[in-house]
Ligand binder design. Structure first.
Ligand code: 8Y4
Length: 283
């Protein structure tokens, strides 16, 4: 794989993502479990307020997701997913100066949200659904490819790999090749090891340790570990008690070359990023 220097900016629709320093992506869930009651305008307004707070706290990307990837979550139709996500994307695009990432595997959602102002496609299935490669290619937007075997519903059924790092690298190379064949060039791709997806605790820890080697693929890395069960398993804390573990992993991910951190706790993570950047910019 080529080890060329990464460009310092990634075009994301009408905006540019600055890759010369680490960026924080705030997580915005618009699944019914997060904003269920109050009807659709209440859901849109609550989501917009959350997005405003994350941008004020320093997020430069907002990841909007309308389909839960939790094991056992109900399957959402494309129409239902679009009804949840589209008003939120539209409102953020109108109100805020931020790159909107859309967490979706659904071709129709990719096409429509791109039209409404989305700047990045974040697909945990790495464009493996029927029509997803073509839809993403047609939008011209960058895509985040993430390692996951199987589907969210069955991915934790005894995942087994001879070498987790090689598994993730080979998977991402295969998806990069599929993207190239569909007209999505490598310079439009972001790569993600997929922490917590089809991996045991040992897989997650070992992959995290070797994450710096994924730089050899020559693309920016996005890392999502915020509040995940790998932290819960090591520390023995429920999801509300995982902030310090999340910040420890955020700092370590930066030291291993991560470019984008996908997090719930934006203000706290931005402090970590700014402190590390201050030290690394010193003479
Ligand atoms: C508490 C809160 C515990 C949330 C677990 C979780 C990633 C992602 C997710 C990721 C990229 C999650 C959509 C899982 N994780 N996209 N999406 N990378 N690119 N679980 O790691 O946050 S959802």
């Amino acid at each position: 794989m080529s080890e060329t220097q990464l460009p310092s900016r990634l075009p994301c629709g009408s905006r540019l993502l600055d890759l010369s320093r680490p960026q924080v992506m705030g997580i915005l869930n618009v699944t019914p479990d997060s904003f269920s009651d109050g009807g659709r305008y209440a859901r849109r307004d609550a989501a917009l307020r959350h997005a405003v707070a994350m941008v004020e706290a320093g997020a430069t990307l907002i990841d909007v997701g309308g389909e839960s990837t939790r094991p056992g979550a109900r399957v959402v139709s494309p129409v239902e997913e679009l009804e949840r996500v589209a008003p939120v994307v539209e409102a953020i695009a109108r109100e805020l100066d931020v790159i909107i990432s859309v967490d979706t595997s659904t071709p129709a959602v990719m096409r429509e949200t791109a039209r409404l102002g989305a700047g990045l496609i974040n697909d945990v299935r790495s464009l493996r659904r029927d029509g997803a490669l073509d839809a993403a290619a047609d939008t011209g937007l960058p895509v985040c490819l993430m390692h996951m075997r199987g589907e969210p519903g069955n991915m934790q059924d005894d995942p087994c790999y001879p070498d987790i790092y090689e598994e993730v690298r080979d998977f991402l190379v295969e998806r990069m090749t599929a993207c190239a064949a569909a007209g999505i060039p490598a310079d439009r791709l972001v790569l993600d090891p997929g922490f917590g997806f089809a991996k045991t605790l040992e897989h997650n820890l070992s992959l995290f340790r070797r994450m710096d080697q994924l730089a050899e693929l020559g693309r920016p890395l996005l890392v999502g570990v915020s509040r995940k069960s790998m932290i819960g398993k090591v520390l023995g804390h429920e999801v509300e008690g995982r902030l310090y573990g999340s910040l420890a992993l955020a700092a370590l991910a930066l030291s291993k070359g991560a470019h984008i951190l996908r997090v719930h706790d934006v203000a706290e993570t931005v402090d970590v990023v700014r402190m590390i950047t201050a030290v690394e910019s010193a003479s």
